[in-house]
Design a protein around this ligand. Structure first.
Ligand code: G16
Length: 547
């Protein structure tokens, strides 16, 4: 063993189980002695001692300190190379691109996504494999198992701090550390995805005004490069572009509740044609049209699929996918084109597998994530450029495009109701009771609603089999009705305290496409409460967030 390396004795933690996407906890949990180092050592050992790793994050509180400490552990383990973006800032999709371009063994992404930041907020670690995709459950389970029994980790005797403020190469014994430009790499990857000449031409037209809200997350530098430097848009095009450790005190979560400033700005200025907001690590996006017209994520996916011909990268599309709770609008587009649309559990890792083997080229989910085959992550900036490509080529507005889509395919009314920070024990009890009810067949054939219009056709718990035959049961309790409406209930796997219940409702209407979403779904919500007894279990029928 090198003179510089020491073995530090440590106590294993029993709570390092990754959730839907990585390990997410309060910052104070990560600040416990050796908590971070234990998990990194567990990743290193459980993933067969990777040789080259990408390391970066969304700029949230604790990231810089974490990068220094992770470098010490990885260098002490004599990893060959660590690739770090300048200032450590790396969006999750750019990380996926970088892992693939650098042929790295994987990547450690320091983010808790859309969760709040700052000293009282959340921190997180995502691990992506050499395909650029979030690690599948088989790997995260191995990491978790290792973390529970770890007794020591390796560290440098003399801790090193690397200057991340400029492009440079450093060495610590046998480890090379390259500080690189992540934006250049990302741009290289997407350079053929879109007609950038046409985009520039459109965006330079005075009447084509757009707003890009980075919510003080990691997308700011990418957005400034693309919209201000490359397309020469006016400076006010990109807002909240400085990545801040506490995201300016807000949740970096692009939805109608939290990104309401953007909605209000668009309502106040009807000359703005298109608005988009990204989350902390740049993988999620919310799209708005003139006067704040909201595009539901299921519709966004279906509209892009239907207009795939306007996007160079999608010219040879073989298949699509959506997560189980996502409204099935894209299924109808797939059917029309004679393509398959896969239905996968919540968690980008399931899309990652399908993208890796080339079965799909476009996919997305209700939680404002949309991605394509250029990388193995959802990508907010890609979605933004995809929308702008369609608007440029078709010369229509967002609202018109979506409404035309509904006229052809009908409309999926969709809402997700979140009940955050609930009592975990009560939620588990509710889920157990509901599972017993729904995996039995007692509800099938029963009619609900004022006119008994909702007849139950199927109930159960969604199970998935991956292309490699791996079975994943228990991915969402569901009630399906004869008219295509659905109620889905699951517990979130990304919260950092208590439990979050998610209820997903969707109803399909071929002709009546102009209703208010919430009004249309009101009766289905009441039926959901009757069947799940959620208000009795958790003590409220008022969701904390509706998206
Ligand atoms: C992650 C996953 C997504 C999932 C989301 C919410 O995204 O990659 O697939 O939809 O969490 O998961 P849950 O409903 O379990 O909270 P992100 O952007 O948070 O990394």
């Amino acid at each position: 063993m090198s003179n510089h390396v020491i073995e530090i004795a440590t106590q294993a933690y029993q709570d390092q189980k990754p959730g839907t996407s990585g390990l997410r906890k309060k910052v104070s949990v990560f600040q416990q002695p050796n908590y971070l180092e234990n998990f990194i050592q567990a990743i290193y050992e459980a993933t067969d001692k990777p040789k080259v790793l990408v390391l970066g994050g969304d700029g949230r509180f604790f990231m810089k300190e974490a990068i220094d400490r992770i470098i010490n552990v990885l260098a002490a383990n004599q990893i060959l190379k660590i690739i770090i973006p300048m200032n450590g800032l790396l969006s999750t999709p750019a990380a996926s691109c970088l892992i693939r371009s650098a042929k790295a063994s994987g990547g450690i992404i320091l983010t808790a996504s859309h969760n709040p930041g700052g000293p009282d907020g959340d921190f997180g670690i995502k691990f992506n494999t050499s395909t650029g995709s979030p690690a599948p459950e088989a790997i995260t389970e191995k990491i978790y198992e290792r973390s529970k029994t770890i007794t020591s980790y390796k560290s440098l005797f003399k801790k090193r701090t690397i200057d991340l403020s400029k492009y440079s190469v450093h060495t610590i014994d046998d480890t090379r550390i390259a500080v690189i430009d992540p934006i250049a790499n990302y741009m290289e990857v997407i350079k053929d995805s879109f007609d950038f000449g046409l985009l520039k031409e459109t965006l330079q037209q005075e009447q084509f005004k757009i707003i890009v809200d980075c919510m003080n997350g990691v997308t700011g530098p990418y957005a400034k490069h693309i919209f201000l430097e490359k397309f020469r848009c006016p400076t006010e095009t990109v807002i909240n572009y400085d990545p801040l450790p506490d995201f300016g005190g807000k949740h970096p979560d692009p939805n109608l509740t939290i990104a309401k400033d953007l909605v209000n700005q668009m309502k106040a200025d009807p000359t703005i044609q298109f608005g988009i907001a990204f989350d902390g690590d740049g993988d999620r996006n919310m799209v708005l049209g003139q006067e704040g017209f909201f595009v539901s994520p299921g519709d966004a996916l279906a509209v892009i699929a239907d207009n795939a011909d306007c996007i160079d990268q999608l010219s040879k599309c073989k298949g699509f996918a959506r997560s189980f709770p996502t409204a099935p609008a894209i299924d109808r587009v797939a059917a029309k084109r004679g393509l398959v649309c896969h239905e996968v559990p919540t968690g980008w890792k399931y899309f990652g597998e399908l993208l890796s083997v080339g079965r799909i080229q476009l996919c997305g989910e209700e939680s404002f994530g949309l991605g394509a085959s250029h990388c193995n992550e959802k990508d907010g900036m890609w979605a933004c450029l995809a929308w702008l490509s369609i608007l440029s080529k078709k010369r229509v507005g967002v609202k018109q495009l979506v409404e035309e889509h509904w006229k052809v395919y009908g409309r999926d009314y969709f809402n997700r109701y979140d009940f955050e920070e609930c009592d975990s024990v009560k939620c588990q009890a509710m889920m157990r009771e509901l599972e017993t009810l729904l995996t039995g067949r007692s509800l099938v054939g029963r009619k609900f609603g004022s006119k008994e219009q909702y007849e139950v056709v199927e109930t159960g718990n969604f199970a998935y089999t991956s292309p490699t035959g791996v079975k994943t049961p228990g991915q969402g309790l569901f009630i399906k009705f004869t008219d295509g409406s659905r109620i889905i209930v699951r517990l979130s796997g990304t919260g950092s305290s208590g439990a979050t219940v998610r209820i997903y409702l969707n109803a399909y209407d071929k002709d009546d496409i102009g209703q208010d979403n919430e009004t249309y779904l009101k009766e289905l919500l009441a039926i959901c409460y009757t069947i799940t007894k959620l208000p009795q279990h958790i003590g409220t029928d008022k969701p904390t967030v509706i998206t």
